[in-house]
Design a binder for this molecule. Sequence first.
Ligand code: NAP
Length: 333
Amino acid sequence: MTDPVNRQILLVEKPSGKLGPEHFKLNTSTIPEPKHGEALLRVRYISLDAANRAWMHGATYRAAVEPNSVMAGGGIAEVVASKAPNLAPGDIVFGDTGWQEYAAVPAKLLTKMPRIEPMTHLLSVYGIAGLTAYFGLLEIGKPKAGETVVVSAAAGSVGSIVGQIAKIRDCHVVGIAGGKDKCHWLTSELGFDAAVDYKDGAVFKQLKAVAPKGIDVYFDNVGGDILEACLPQMNNYGRIACCGAISQYDGAPAAHGPRGVPGLIVVKRLIMQGFIVMDFMKQRDKALADLQGWVASGKLKVQEDVIDGLENTPAALIGLLAGENRGKRMIKV
Ligand SMILES: NC(=O)c1ccc[n+]([C@@H]2O[C@H](COP(=O)([O-])OP(=O)(O)OC[C@H]3O[C@@H](n4cnc5c(N)ncnc54)[C@H](OP(=O)(O)O)[C@@H]3O)[C@@H](O)[C@H]2O)c1
């Protein structure tokens, strides 16, 4: 009988330009022994996030991923052995497992999760994506009924939930996404009032047509030119929730930043605020209760994009950055 092994994906080199398969390597290692205070986890699903790419540069809210180490990433995992008092075999947890089949992780860095079906919802609507959408929109964007909410990367995991919550709050909702099919999906399936295809002509003009009263809340997932197109259309006292800057993650960022900063922010009395979802974890129970209620009542549709096999993780991230995904992309390990 062969010894069980731990298959892992290593980041072999930090990409200086666009991310490619050559930056990763499949490795096999022994299954780690948990130390005091740690749990040994069998990883079930790995979350694919635009932020995975940003972590390779460093200068984010976490340490940079170093070459020849296991690629960092969040995952849902089952405890198979534990040297921590609060975790037992069979428990389901969320944590930074990395891109691998097994991980020994300090229990204090893990969040115990309920056993729900489908388990994938723990990464999508009840995971970081759903909570980011919930807190970013409601705590930073603070939309009021009748206001216009615009969200970019609208067909992605965070954006698709932001738009639906804004509809639940009776707002006029516009999504910005790449391609006709995604835009059609936003309006026909998810109930957005309008969608703008940023790959089909000037975003500024298209937005003007579908948000004639101006923008009250812009939920910004992408930064760059799309932020620049939204800024002059913000209404006085509008709010911009800065969630991420996906247009800047993969390859060299555009030479110029969004023009109109700070001039338009001053004149229009805008609030532009960044946030990290972890800042709101004390309010997690209330958020989860709301999200569960909306899913149960059919007001919030959950779109998942599950790809099989650890070996496909690099291609799945490269594809996410290129806009292949609809909703929450993840790997079934
Ligand atoms: N602040 C926080 O706590 C927090 C937590 C989680 C995520 N985030 C941020 O939320 C955003 C969404 O991340 P995600 O992981 O959920 O990814 P995602 O939305 O599921 O997927 C990313 C989508 O972004 C779009 N995109 C890629 N390049 C783009 C570009 N240059 N311009 C416009 N759109 C582009 C693509 O769709 P198209 O086909 O439409 O181009 C792609 O499908 C990211 O900025 C991420 O960093 C922040």
